[in-house]
Design a protein around this ligand. Structure first.
Ligand SMILES: NC(=O)c1ccc[n+]([C@@H]2O[C@H](COP(=O)([O-])OP(=O)(O)OC[C@H]3O[C@@H](n4cnc5c(N)ncnc54)[C@H](OP(=O)(O)O)[C@@H]3O)[C@@H](O)[C@H]2O)c1
Length: 310
């Protein structure tokens, strides 16, 4: 990308899209295009084709998607498969047909099997069954990966696919029902601060699953590294390569928010995959390293939440 390149960031208001825009602006890119959801429904092929025909972007970061935690995925599997298939299919096809030089597709570590070998290497994709609680989302994302590979193979289109681990940071979804575990816990413990000393917070699962968390600003830097230096049909994992139990995560968030009352685990609610940490050798071989530690990242995210959400 050069400083005059037209760069389209799909999903500009989201956690990832807004971080990519912050990153691009910090590096001096000014010709950034977006399609705010309020005016554009990216599930609509005519809308997407019209946008590409008129604007002719050079590069595309595809960060628009329907995203949510275990609860939302279990309750709305139809929306998760439909919205994601439509958005990514429309954008990847229109990008190829309108001469885009390179497209970066955001997949997710949810595409890997429920019981993978740890740490999860990229070659474990489609080697055994998926976690059922979010398989609609995972299947849609796998279709996106295959579409990038197929357009490269048949048309020579330079489309790459990144598989980030769990992300967090400014602009995350802090809704306790539809958000991912880290922002939901921030919202729950912050919400608990205003209650009496007999208040008890109930947390999903038994706290034993281990998860990896990456600050979204680190992900945005990894996306830039890949846009500049990675041209392969092979998917590439983005993460820290380190995981913590959900119990440890909750304890950290309790410390950061200053919550002093009780909380308990509800083991009748699903835990999801027991362990999910990525092998990140490939992205590290391109010279990228995460810079924001978990405690520091949670502290700054909590500050952002207090200033912008509550
Ligand atoms: N969050 C994570 O932990 C995580 C982890 C791994 C991978 N990823 C991947 O990263 C990508 C972005 O995720 P995110 O966390 O940034 O999600 P997000 O915060 O929910 O943002 C999604 C973006 O897409 C937009 N959007 C959704 N449906 C749309 C539609 N029909 N038409 C137009 N715009 C639409 C949203 O607009 P509105 O907000 O206005 O609806 C928002 O700007 C996804 O592909 C996801 O799979 C995320």
């Amino acid at each position: 990308m050069d400083s005059n390149s037209k760069i389209y960031v799909a999903g500009n208001t989201g956690l990832v899209g807004s971080a990519i825009i912050r990153m691009l602006k910090s590096k001096g890119y000014t010709n950034i295009l977006s399609t705010p959801h309020s005016n554009w429904d990216l599930r609509n092929q005519e809308d997407v084709n019209r946008f590409f025909r008129i604007n002719k972007p050079d590069y595309v970061f595809l960060a628009a998607a329907k995203v949510g935690g275990i609860g939302a995925n279990s309750e709305q599997p139809a929306d998760f498969i439909y919205d994601n298939l439509m958005i990514q299919t429309n954008i990847i096809d229109a990008a190829y047909r309108n001469g885009v030089k390179k497209l970066l597709f955001l997949g997710s570590s949810c595409i890997y099997p429920k019981l993978p070998e740890i740490p999860i290497t990229e070659d474990q994709l489609l080697t055994s069954p998926l976690e059922p609680s979010n398989d609609s989302y995972a299947i849609a994302k796998i279709a996106g990966v295959k579409m990038c590979q197929a357009y490269r193979k048949q048309y020579g289109f330079n489309a790459i696919a990144l598989m980030p681990t769990n992300l967090y940071g400014p602009k995350d979804n802090f809704d306790i029902n539809s958000g991912h575990v880290l922002p939901s816990l921030i919202a729950k413990f912050h919400g608990g601060l205003s209650h009496s000393e007999h208040y008890i917070i109930n947390l999903w699962g038994d706290g034993s699953p281990k998860r990896e968390f990456l600050h979204v600003d680190d992900l945005a830097e990894a996306a830039y590294t890949c846009m500049e230096n990675y041209d392969s049909e092979e998917i590439i994992n983005i993460g820290t390569g380190e995981d913590v139990t959900i119990k440890e995560l909750a304890e950290t968030i309790v410390k950061v928010t200053g919550y002093q009352n009780y909380y308990q685990w509800d083991a009748s609610k699903p835990n999801g995959t027991p362990r999910k940490v990525l092998n990140v050798d490939k992205i590290k071989s391109l010279g990228w390293e995460p810079k924001i530690g978990l405690l520091e990242g949670i502290e700054s995210t909590y500050e952002w939440y207090k200033e912008n959400v509550v």
